[in-house]
Design a protein around this ligand. Structure first.
Ligand SMILES: Cc1cc2nc3c(=O)[nH]c(=O)nc-3n(C[C@H](O)[C@H](O)[C@H](O)COP(=O)(O)OP(=O)(O)OC[C@H]3O[C@@H](n4cnc5c(N)ncnc54)[C@H](O)[C@@H]3O)c2cc1C
Length: 423
């Protein structure tokens, strides 16, 4: 099955690989590394990314702080990335959830996770998006089993009984038994494969920024459910936090276009004064928010991973964690197929991956969507009901421990790489 490194097949200069990955972002880059480390030695990966290699996937300005689950941490450990990230990763040691109108003088605590997160409980960590992308891009470039083709993109492909031939914008042609679409939310390959998505755009934007504050956060993450949408304060290393501010679209656009003082004043109204005075550190950015689930995660010799397969509301910081579950499941499926001498792009192999991942992703997307709908409004009777619900959860330690395990990626059929087990 394994192709020889950069083997040329025939007169048309087609380069042969074992897998072609379109998209070298978080999901595609991590899959390339996982396969390079865990598949047999001769396995060759072509990683094609639309962004230039030197300015770097890594050098892109991304103001997000990403909450990585304990399961994602296990995957990053297995591929040798976690040790480099750990010194700047902030563990989340407790979570507080509030639900109140914006002008409420007090934001009563409705639900908290504190003792459920101590001891051996799996912890999430906050990592800056730029740091994670830098780590991934440096590792893929130095991995001899991976050829990075960037800036370039997979423009088109065709399949036959033996494999897939991908045509790149540069004019190159690659062939392999399997093509993985990791080309993000607006996946061109998903469209080319004729796979439709179910979903909708939210009338909200996600504003992100890093803030410095006077007092320490002690690892506490805070989620204020406000009428326009959830406002999250996520602890970074030092006296710094990452905010994910879901705001009504028109209002969000006005805030982004306005001057910094006005932005910080509005930010402070939501952030509160618990951590002292705040200042902006770095740029503010806003992201359109969508729910999107591909109707199929596979097509003939194609597998979709990451945002190409599913995009979810960021209110629980789960989008990339769900994508990392795809990476772990697809790696396990491919490595096992290789051991049995099977075709890694066969329908059977792809169906196994799809059965593993599609229901779980759709379930997570639906839960995020439901929470956003339930909380992003100012309906007084609805607030009373949901606050009663939060209060009941707060008094049910067993349920809280389950929720912590679920958020950590420790429930359901978990791929071995996410449990810290060898393949
Ligand atoms: C405000 C906000 C906050 C978030 N916070 C969190 C969080 O705390 N925790 C979490 O787990 N998730 C979070 N997410 C979700 C997370 O950011 C995404 O799930 C993640 O970025 C998806 O990674 P990806 O690699 O699938 O796609 P992308 O990051 O979009 O990467 C796609 C890659 O494909 C390349 N590409 C595109 N087209 C082609 C082509 N034709 N050929 C080759 N290459 C191509 C692009 O250059 C890019 O490198 C958040 C999202 C938002 C919007």
């Amino acid at each position: 099955m394994a192709a020889s490194r950069k083997a040329k097949s025939g007169a048309d200069n087609t380069e042969a690989y074992d897998v072609i990955i379109a998209g070298g972002g978080f999901a595609g880059g991590t899959l390339a590394l996982a396969l390079a480390k865990l598949a047999p030695k001769s396995f060759r990966v072509a990683l094609v990314d639309a962004a230039p290699r030197d300015s770097g996937l890594a050098a892109r300005k991304d103001a997000r702080g990403l909450a990585l689950s304990a399961a994602t941490q296990s995957l990053l450990e297995a591929i040798g990335l976690w040790a480099g990230l750990a010194p700047n990763a902030q563990a989340i040691s407790s979570i507080e959830i509030t639900d109140s109108p914006l002008n409420a003088s007090l934001r009563p605590h409705f639900l908290g996770f504190d003792e459920e997160m101590t001891g051996r409980a799996p912890r999430a960590h906050l990592v800056e998006a730029g740091a994670l992308l830098t780590a991934i891009s440096q590792a893929v470039v130095s991995e001899t089993a991976i050829d990075v083709l960037a800036p370039d993109s997979v423009d088109d492909y065709e399949t036959d009984a033996f494999g897939v031939r991908a045509r790149l914008a540069s004019g190159k042609t690659l062939q392999a038994p399997l093509l993985v679409a990791a080309d993000g939310k607006r996946s061109r390959l998903r469209e080319r494969a004729g796979i439709k998505s179910i979903g909708w755009s939210y009338p909200q934007v996600g504003i992100v920024a890093t803030v410095a504050h006077e007092r320490p956060h002690h690892g506490k993450a805070v989620q204020h459910f406000l009428p326009a949408g959830p406002f999250a304060i996520l602890p970074l290393k030092g006296n710094r936090s990452s905010i994910v501010w879901t705001e009504d679209k028109a209002r969000g656009e006005t805030l982004m276009a306005g001057d910094e003082d006005a932005f910080v004043a509005e930010l402070t109204r939501r952030f509160g004064h618990r951590l002292g005075a705040i200042t902006l550190e770095g740029p503010r950015q806003s992201f359109p928010l969508e729910l999107q689930i591909a109707r199929s995660f596979v097509a003939d010799r194609i597998a979709l991973i990451g945002d190409a397969a599913h995009a979810v509301h960021p209110l629980a910081g789960q989008g990339l964690n769900i994508g990392m579950r795809d990476v772990a499941a697809l790696t396990e499926t491919i490595v096992e197929a290789l051991r049995l001498g099977l075709d890694i792009g066969s329908r059977t192999m792809l169906e196994r991956y799809q059965r593993w991942r599609r229901f779980d992703s759709a379930f997570s997307a639906t839960v995020m969507d439901g929470l956003n709908r339930l909380f992003s409004n100012d309906n007084v009777p609805l607030r009373a009901i949901r606050d009663l619900g939060l209060g009941l959860v707060d008094r049910a330690p067993g349920l809280k421990r389950f929720l912590v395990r679920e958020a950590a990626g420790g429930t359901g059929t978990v791929p071995r790489l996410l449990k810290g087990e060898a393949l």
